[in-house]
Design a protein around this ligand. Sequence first.
Ligand code: ATP
Ligand code: MG
Ligand code: MG
Length: 551
Amino acid sequence: TEAKPLDFIRQIIRDDLESGKHPSIVTRFPPEPNGYLHIGHAKSICLNFGVAQEFHGKCRLRLDDTNPGRESSEYVEAIKRDVEWLGFHWDGAVRFASDYFLAIYEYAVQLIRMGRAYVCDLNGEQIREYRGTLTEPGRNSPYRDRSVAENLSLFERMKQGEFPEGSCVLRAKIDMASPYIVLRDPVIYRILHKSHHRAGDAWHIYPMYDFAHCLSDMLEGVTHSLCTLEFENNRVLYDWVLDTLQTPHHPRQYEFARLDLGYTITSKRKLLQMVNEGRVSGWDDPRMPTLSGLRRRGYTPEAIRNFCAFIGIGKRDSQIDMGVLENAVREDLNQRALRVFGVLDPLKVVITNYPEGQLEEVLAQNHPQNPDLGARPLPFGRELYIERDDFMEHAPKKFFRLSIGHEVRLRYAYLITCTEAVKDENGRIVELRCTYDPASRGGNAPDGRKVKGTIHWVAAAQAVPAELRLYDRLFIKAEPDGDRERPFTDFLNPESLTLLSRCMLEPGLAKAQPADRFQFERQGYFCLDPDSRPDRLVFNRIVSLKDSWQK
Ligand code: ATP
Ligand code: MG
Ligand code: MG
């Protein structure tokens, strides 16, 4: 394996370990349980768990559950499942920010006692107005100079649930003229009379992200708190909280670029909207960029990890082409997927000189580039199916597949020549009549004549019918949520799903297992969908064989 230069985060960690700043490192992956994880989260998971593995440290899974109402244990379970599926193991038990509600509350009381926090009765709009702008300092809230005693009492009453939602908040008392807008007396607690998925109705006040996150990191002994670039501005507040409270331990926050993948959306809120509006069949719709969707589609965890390693970690936001993700799964499956025959759009072929009632088997390679994967027998008979578009009645010169009077190779079987196209009353071809060369078994003629075209096929009597689901990109625009005028749902691709319900597959596929992945020769990689039943097989196309996407 070639040595890739370390990204900036790995360099920082290596330096911190070499200098002895930390004897070992602790990271965390901190999703909010308000939706299913998506491919963007995979980048963060691979980074946090990856560096912990590489540098012999620990990585925790912490559910950042400080917004009751949006969060649920369904999401918690889905997140755990997806992290494990990607191949990572968190250190110890799963943690929850809500485990620390009491500790965080006590830190807030400590800030009040220090004169560094106050209860403010301005409403949200007023707070924004008082905050000022980048070029103008803010103004002090009229409630800024409440006494410590009054603040302690009001905060206690907030906690007891005496005040309605939105009537007041707890704010850190920092500096309304700070060049850092986040330091202009940020809100650190708000009132919410909502049931929490774990804490129930115990709390009427909930800490804000900026207050809860740094303290949770600190309480867990995190050394490197890795987050995406949009939190860069919040770092001064992260540090202010820990410095002001003189906590025994001070994790450092580092920001990296989020993953932005073209032709899709990586925002839980918008993905939830698509689920709720029925624009997809659920979080695990195989077109969704969620990990559960990619899993159902047939992506392997290895492919997703390789993709994350390939795109790397940097400090500049940029959009990654969907083709990069598709290539990652293609490369992975090319190595290991067994080759099989499946006919997507069947056209019947009758071999007129093949004895009626005769049946034989030919041997097909499971992976032509890897003979260790063996071979399988395929039934061959007088009636077969081939792809409708492997035949052309009036073929141009460069068409090397089947046409009248021309010879083609049935892969692993015989050379056949078409003699007649049988049509129905509408002129549609319903059957081809062909002859075969009995001496060409295996696919080559004894006289050495050259036959350029090779096509796949299945024996009609033994073929198993199946529904195949072909997927295209979910959106027709590289940045569906980048339009000011129109909602992202305007750019959904109406052709993102193609159902082929009359496909014919080689008989072995009746025994396909959920974890199996196949290359249907010439058609792409496929896996069984959970909708599949023994009497009604359903396969998803994971990805086509070549990047055929046209921009
Ligand atoms: P969303 O907007 O989809 O809800 P989020 O950032 O609010 O995303 P969290 O559950 O808070 O989602 O994210 C958990 C972790 O995953 C955070 O550290 C976050 O920075 C990271 N993360 C989320 N989206 C991406 C992304 N597109 N690329 C890289 N990391 C991401
Ligand atoms: Mg978040
Ligand atoms: Mg979010």
